[in-house]
Design a protein around this ligand. Structure first.
Ligand SMILES: Nc1ncnc2c1ncn2[C@@H]1O[C@H](COP(=O)(O)OP(=O)(O)OP(=O)(O)O)[C@@H](O)[C@H]1O
Ligand SMILES: [Mg+2]
Length: 315
């Protein structure tokens, strides 16, 4: 594996009146391409600050952030926006869906920025919605969905354009235990299936255990950086080979597996695993389609863009 994100001597100081808050204190880290990496820490430890820097949403006070060889700190506002649209997906704690758009339109949004034509965008968005078990909710606006459903729309939106990196800041912070497990499972599987790098922020050790690697922050400093030999949700029955072969009902299997994984985990921990799942399975999925195969194809983004991506991003 090669490194996709590297930070060098990253420092962020906020000035509030005469006071200075050192939110990040000399962060040096390197995240591998395809890694599921968790940044763990208590409130105020600098997790969101770090994630926002890595995603190009905020500039550091000092230091470098190399993403695929590009120092994003040096990019101007226009370039960084283009960079984000091309390579980065983001899952927010509070979902951040556009309230006036339907679930389908929200998921299709990143594809608009990539210049994918409308009929293709809608088809891809629908397939993503099916992958997260919301095939029948395409016409719903955010207020017409539960928190867990809205977050699954958020996940579908973050992954639809197959960005190289997906960042997620406390993605399950507003969800109940069962929905948390389903959402985590889906997110981790999506990134593993398509070899996307996932950088996840949480204060919760149990959530962190879905990751291959756990980086612990205290007062803006990395105090621990450890491999997780046995990440949760690793056993996944659906391989890329199955997707490529055009297997029918892949999305059905994904959502059913997410629900089953959540059920098993709840039963194992506190015996609460008997509630009905929030994830819809079975009849929700249009049988006869092959969403995975389509998502996997080079048509997911215009093919010339895919080529540019590998040339520009030295990974
Ligand atoms: N815009 C800002 N202006 C001033 N100080 C800030 C700003 N943003 C964050 N901070 C400070 O930087 C430190 C790190 O904040 P950050 O939001 O990164 O923490 P966090 O680990 O994400 O916490 P939480 O788990 O509560 O979200 C805190 O002390 C916070 O008060
Ligand atoms: Mg935060």
């Amino acid at each position: 594996m090669s490194s996709i994100i590297t930070t060098k001597n990253l420092i962020k100081v906020y000035k509030v009146g005469t006071e200075r808050v050192i939110a990040l204190n000399n962060i040096n880290l390197s995240i591998e391409d395809g890694e599921v990496c968790c940044i763990l820490g208590t409130s105020g430890s600098g997790k969101s600050t770090l994630l926002n820097m890595l995603a190009g949403l905020e500039k550091p006070t000092r230091g470098q952030i190399l993403i695929g060889g590009t120092d994003i700190v040096k990019l101007n506002e226009k370039k960084i926006t283009e960079f984000r649209r091309k390579y980065i997906g983001f899952v927010f704690q509070s979902y951040n869906l556009m309230p006036d758009l339907t679930a389908l339109e929200n998921v299709a949004m990143p594809l608009t920025f990539r210049g994918v034509r409308k009929s293709k965008r809608m088809k891809m968005a629908q397939q993503m919605l099916m992958m997260v078990g919301l095939g029948k909710r395409g016409k719903h606006k955010p207020t017409q969905m539960s928190g867990g459903q809205q977050q699954r729309v958020g996940i579908a939106r973050a992954f639809v354009a197959r960005p190289k990196i997906v960042f997620a800041d406390e993605p399950t912070g507003n969800l109940d235990t069962r929905t948390t497990l389903e959402v985590m499972w889906l997110m981790v599987q999506m990134s593993r299936m398509y070899h996307q790098t996932l950088v996840l922020v949480t204060h919760d050790q149990e959530i962190a255990e879905y990751a291959d690697r756990i980086i612990t922050l205290v007062d803006g400093k990395i105090i621990k950086d450890e491999r997780n030999p046995n990440p949760k949700g690793r056993d996944f029955p659906i391989t890329q080979e199955m997707l490529r072969s055009g297997m029918e009902g892949v999305s059905d299997m994904i959502v059913a597996s997410a629900a089953a994984a959540a059920q098993a985990e709840l039963q194992a921990t506190n015996g609460l695993g008997t509630q009905p799942s929030d994830i819809e399975t079975g009849e929700d999925i249009a049988v006869g389609t092959s969403p995975g195969a389509d998502l996997h194809s080079s048509e997911t983004v215009p093919s010339n863009e895919t080529e540019t991506e590998s040339k520009e991003l030295k990974i």
